[in-house]
Design a protein around this ligand. Structure first.
Ligand code: HEM
Length: 827
């Protein structure tokens, strides 16, 4: 059939705007055309009105937004695509770089146009950041919806009352006492990481450090939050591990999808969305099963933290079995009701998401910086050795130990400044606010680009430079509270901050204690991408080198250029500078090894251990001393003795001249004055000497032995009334009879008034020194309790065979047979 041309449109062609005739089959309908047409016409009119009304709405909103946008920096938007054309398609790192670059070109606070009137405001000036994060009521912005199917409305996304209650419940999980117990997990998992990396250190080949760190972080978060060991480091093909990683990728793909602004359309149409649904199904099933199993265990009373009575001094139960985040949620009640499995799941999943990707980036990016800055890395290594001492590889790291690492703290802070794992956060206004002289209406989405804020040259001069000194106490850089916010700020800040810092620091210490981190060849090509977490686009290529450990001696003698063999064998490692006995063996071995290598011994060789700073000197093996040497040494000793004798004699003579004295013999003093073997005669002589020489005598004995005998009242008073005196030597002759008597059981020896003098090595039932009895106080307590109880009930009397007791000893002294006693009840 021919199509008539050049006619005015008649009813036949009304429905064929392409100019084609209606189909033959619709001929029948043509007969009903007038009424049908009018309905259709009305529909079209209605649609046209709706369209016009829509267009008008869009236009009016566009005008309103334009008025807002002039108060912010912005590239000129396309009428339909907004600023989308600024961003390179299919180059995710490029998109991130453009986002940053827009701030360089258009200022701190930007108005960013999306499709049609879609928009968001990106603020990085401190004043505006404060207004947004400290606004009384905000919600999370649209981008968080992408993770909602996985995390539900857990702490990260929830709002209002629900968020407030959950935050209150969860906060105690991060009490430092609980964190202290998590330190075990980090130490253990870090040891696995170090082992896993050993092959890379041996080969010296370049590899991606991001991947192993991510498995390490996943193991740590699973164990601390759920109490589950998934062993991802040894078993990276584990389904749960694969699903968690795939979820991160799917979230990223979704954020940069062209349908990003139309989440529902995406959710029901895109193949990635279908895959995401399956992955989420498996992730939820895993968390559900863990929750179910743990709930059953708690109900059955196995490892039930609740069943253990709560110690008021230990309210968080750090001393009890380690309480995981999941336990805390299972034990909590809100309005008398426990949380449902779904409630708990969304919180546990939130922790899994927030708690492993973020710390992975934090740790891996710090290694990236250390590889690029060997001087900073060496200073940090030095700090590790200084703080932890010779056993720096094996000392368990605790929350408290970490407080001693000042430089590490500075390095971590600077790393989180330059490469913050959460590079931006989003908020949606619930109330209108004033900003840049204009009212921003409720419902507006804001982005706070932490990455950009941390590069403000007014706060951080030369912002791209990695310089931990910015965070030293002496730094004069002035930062306001909104200039450094790696963990966000305000009420929605990161609840896991202390956990994250502890995990990061333990991993960095362990890693540096074992390996030197070197940059890989591809290091300059590292590019960044970000979904909710900042990540390297293609991993972080590094190389590792083993660090020496054990005793490592360097020659510091006068001719000290000789290379000294390193002692770092198994023996050296198992030894410790704090254990002198082992150390001696080690040093002897070392000395022998030097002798056998042709002998660089001599008094001029001194060696300093690089690890413990101990100095060792070596000498030639000595030949036996000759006779003349012996005589010479004896002569020197005699001369020394004579000189001492002479000096003392001179001193005594100076004192003696103030008393009366019989002129003494040079060797025998006044001994010759007394008749031998005539005891009464001795006494008479003593009395007679006073008659002949005066009241106060200086009496010389053998050699320099002497005594002063005073009988003048003045001197007698001085002596007997002296504040502190002791009994003289003569009393020692009767001591075995009157006192001391070592076999006598006499508790008075230990009274405060006792004048028995004991040195530190005269009474050592528990030994003495560093290896003394560790259970001393325990033992004393046990003994005293038993004795007090026994004596208060019974009088203890000797048995008939008591005097026959004999002793025997192995490591413990015991009676040979028994200790026979009798007891009598006390009234
Ligand atoms: C270096 C590591 C980490 C960084 C840089 C970091 C950073 C942040 C930031 C910036 C926020 C605010 C997010 C927002 O406002 O949308 C946040 C929130 C949060 N973080 Fe972290 N985080 C880290 C590690 C962790 C860890 C290890 C956990 C858990 C074990 C955790 C749990 C959370 C939770 C639950 C929230 C939501 C808090 C709320 O809204 O009340 N984070 N984190």
């Amino acid at each position: 059939m021919e199509t008539p041309k050049g006619h005015a449109i008649n009813s036949d062609y009304f429905w064929t705007p392409s100019g084609k005739r209606p189909l033959e089959s619709s001929r029948g309908l043509d007969r009903r055309l007038p009424s049908e047409c009018s309905v259709m016409f009305l529909v079209v009119c209605f649609l046209a009105v709706v369209l016009c009304w829509g267009v008008l709405g869009v236009y009016r909103q566009r005008q309103r937004l334009k008025k807002l946008s002039v108060h912010f920096g912005s590239p000129k938007p396309h009428w339909l695509l907004g600023n989308l054309l600024e961003f390179p398609a299919n180059d995710i790192p490029g998109i991130f770089e453009t986002m940053v670059d827009l701030h360089v070109r258009y200022g701190q606070d930007l108005f960013n146009w999306g499709l049609l009137n879609d928009h968001m405001i990106i603020v990085s000036s401190a004043a505006n950041v404060e207004k947004v994060v400290m606004a009384k009521r905000t919600e999370k912005s649209q981008i968080y919806e992408f993770i909602e199917p996985w995390l539900g409305r857990g702490l990260l996304i929830s709002k209002g009352e629900k968020w407030f209650h959950r935050r209150k419940i969860i906060t105690p999980t991060f009490h430092f006492q609980i964190l202290e117990s998590f330190a075990d997990v980090f130490n253990r998992e870090a040891t696995v990481l170090i082992e896993k990396l050993r092959e890379h250190a041996s080969s010296g080949q370049e590899f991606d450090i991001y991947e192993p760190i991510s498995l390490y972080a996943l193991d740590s978060i699973c164990e601390t939050s759920m109490g589950v060991e998934i062993d991802a480091q040894r078993n990276p093909d584990n389904q749960y591990v694969r699903d968690v990683k795939r979820m991160s990728e799917l979230i990223l793909l979704r954020i940069f999808h062209v349908l990003a602004s139309f989440p529902r359309t995406f959710w029901y149409t895109m193949p990635n969305a279908w895959e995401q649904r399956k992955v989420i199904g498996r992730l939820h099933a895993f968390t559900d099963s863990v929750i179910h199993r743990r709930r059953q265990q708690l109900l059955a009373g196995e490892g039930n933290a609740q069943e253990t009575p709560v110690d008021p001094d230990d309210p968080y139960g750090a001393g009890r079995q380690r309480q995981t985040f999941l336990d805390l949620l299972l034990n909590v009640t809100v309005d008398g009701k426990p949380l449902s499995d779904a409630d708990i799941r969304e919180e546990v999943d939130t922790f899994m998401f927030e708690g492993h990707d973020t710390t992975t980036s934090g740790i891996a990016f710090t290694f990236y910086q250390l590889a690029k800055h060997p001087d900073i890395q060496e200073r940090l290594y030095q700090e590790i050795r200084d703080v932890l001492g010779a056993d720096y590889r094996t000392v368990p790291l605790t929350y408290s130990t970490l407080q001693n690492f000042t430089y590490l703290d500075m390095v971590v802070k600077e790393s989180l400044r330059l490469l913050p794992p959460v590079s931006f956060i989003g908020r949606r206004l619930v109330d209108d606010i004033e900003m840049n002289g204009v009212t921003i209406p409720a419902g507006t989405d804001f982005t706070i680009p932490i990455y950009v804020i941390h590069r403000n040259p007014a706060v951080y001069p030369d912002p791209e430079r990695f310089d931990p000194e910015r965070f030293s106490d002496d730094s004069n850089q002035r930062r306001g509270p909104y200039d450094y916010i790696p963990f966000s700020v305000g009420s929605r800040n990161c609840i896991g901050q202390r956990y994250a810092l502890m995990e990061m620091k333990i991993t960095i210490i362990q890693m540096l204690a074992h390996y030197r981190i070197l940059p890989g060849e591809r290091m300059p090509q590292v590019r960044l991408k970000t979904d909710l977490v900042l990540r390297p686009d293609q991993g972080i290529p590094i190389r590792l080198q083993n660090r020496p450990y054990g005793h490592h001696f360097i020659d510091t003698g006068p001719g000290g250029t000789t290379p000294v063999p390193e002692i770092s064998g198994a023996k050296a490692r198992s030894s410790s500078c704090l254990m002198p006995a082992l150390e001696k063996t080690l040093v002897d071995d070392f000395a022998k090894s030097i002798h056998s290598k042709g002998g660089i011994c001599g008094w001029d060789s001194a060696y300093v251990c690089e690890v413990c700073y101990r100095t060792v000197a070596f000498c030639q093996p000595c030949s036996p001393p000759t006779m003349s040497t012996v005589l010479f040494v004896l002569a020197v000793l005699v001369a020394f003795g004579c000189a001492q004798f002479y000096r003392k004699r001179r001193r005594l003579q100076r004192i003696a001249q103030y008393f009366d004295a019989v002129p003494p013999h040079w060797l025998l003093g006044n001994v010759m004055e007394y008749p031998a073997n005539d005891i009464p005669g001795i006494f008479e002589t003593m009395v007679d000497l006073h008659v002949r020489y005066g009241q106060d005598l200086f009496n010389w004995g053998l050699l320099n032995d002497h005594m002063i005998i005073v009988s003048s009242a003045a001197n007698v008073e001085k002596v007997v009334m002296a504040k502190r005196t002791e009994k003289s030597q003569i009393y020692e002759f009767i001591e075995p009879w009157l006192g001391r008597d070592p076999e006598r059981f006499d508790p008075e020896r230990f009274s405060d008034d006792s004048n028995q003098r004991r040195g530190p090595y005269d009474y050592i039932p528990f030994s003495v020194g560093s290896r003394n009895c560790i259970g001393q106080r325990y033992a004393l307590m046990e003994m005293k309790v038993a004795i007090v109880r026994m004596v208060s009930f019974y009088r203890i009397l000797p048995g008939a065979a008591m005097h026959e007791i004999r002793l025997k000893t192995d490591l413990v002294l015991r009676p040979d047979k028994t200790i026979p006693i009798r007891i009598m009840a006390r009234e």
